[in-house]
Design a protein around this ligand. Sequence first.
Ligand code: NAD
Length: 485
Amino acid sequence: MTTDTATTSPAASPAPPTFMYEELLAAITDPGGREILDPATGELVGRVHESTVEDLEQALARARAKQPEWAAVPDAERCALLQRAADAVEANAPALAELLSREQGKPVQNGPNALFEVGGAVAWLRATASLPLEPETIVDDESGHAVLHYDPIGVVGAISPWNWPMMISVWQIAPALRMGNTVVAKPSEYTPLSVLGLVHVLNQVLPEGLVTAVAGGREVGAALSQHAGVDKLMFTGSTATGKAIMRSAADTLTRLTLELGGNDAGIVLPDADPQAIAEGLFWGAFINTGQTCAALKRLYVHEDVYDAVCEALTEVAAAMPMGQGRDERNVLGPLQNRAQYEIVADLVEKARSGGGRVLIGGDPDESLPGHFYPTTLVADLDDDNPLVTEEQFGPALPIVKYSSVDDAVRMANRLDVGLGASVWSSDVAKAREVAARIQAGTVWINKHGAVDPRMPFGGIKSSGHGVEFGVEGLKALGVPKVISV
Ligand code: NAD
């Protein structure tokens, strides 16, 4: 992911308040609330107030009342406020990253983990404030003059998952605010504190009432998705929930952006250099311990380089320490929750019993207190093994050997998902040709999962509807209006 940043807010603005970790936690926890446990240790992180559907009603009413005033703020001022929001998140990065690490499990410091995620949130706030969005002249001739504008939609509901809770919430909140909408955010029940902490920091500098976080369970998400007071719903999560949301949104005709599950294929062409690509393959698959929508989830390797790729990847994997997130040596953490651990363990067992050769991992230490599943590579799998065809969303990568590129493309395209994909080769022109044949929202060459706030990102098939990021992503948070003379 890029951490490209644009200009900061005017020097005249006072510095945003900064919180120590304990202060931030105290501001968002409810002593009588539900326990949130650290997935690495089982220790108590904090307690969250479980909002009810009545709390949601109130939050939506406030967001509705505030929205016209915010819509009337000129775009340049809204952008300046987003830059201020980025300053606030940046100034509070240590506390936010610690909270994220304790609740989600990812290491604080090393690799693409908690500080990286907070840095991503900052980068997305800044980039969203810097995207150009001017009215477009569509017709200008003897027949007339027509200009396309994007008006605010109204109140945006933002439902997020537990894997990248802060960054994904910013992906939803930042463009919604830029376009003149107000937001009610519903975090995952697994990672509510991360989103409450983020929103608390944002609200130190944003006008009151623009963004409210309502930390409830699935029933609150369901109520949000069928509420007539929501004009647009941004949803990131599983395909199954995305389908439920689409059904609930039917009666109110709520507009939807759905970022759903993926099962990204990577194709290694025969001319690839195994040593040169091994680390890129590893992080493509194991970023956030595999709990990433657009992670590399099945790897197809040409027979000419198959053994060398398996060997190089195993060597890289063996050198990546996994453990508790505040131990600075670690680059990988636990699964965020037991249910996900069980999914991964079950799929690896099916891979083993289906004839897979475990190159590394596959043997969890059940005595550990956290949900640690070791980094696992399984080679020699058939393309219809469940570890290949189902989304593992964890640290277990299946490797399939192929002998013709046509076969590899067919296997990559055969599933009903299409978020990302990648092609690995020493010849970029050849890789581009293969990339053009792959059905996915993004195809990377010699890297995987590198999202960028300037590039539209979204899935095809069952991986989603619509895109986030870039000008296309901004347009999705507005309603098109043509003024025709
Ligand atoms: P999930 O679908 O279980 O939950 C996501 C959110 O939806 C949570 O906040 C949950 O409370 C809420 N929810 C649950 N039921 C609901 C309902 N009926 N109506 C409305 N909201 C409801 O997903 P998860 O397990 O948190 O996340 C993992 C999944 O998300 C994976 O499949 C992953 O690929 C996908 N994901 C996709 C992207 C992307 O950009 N495409 C990014 C991250 C994760």
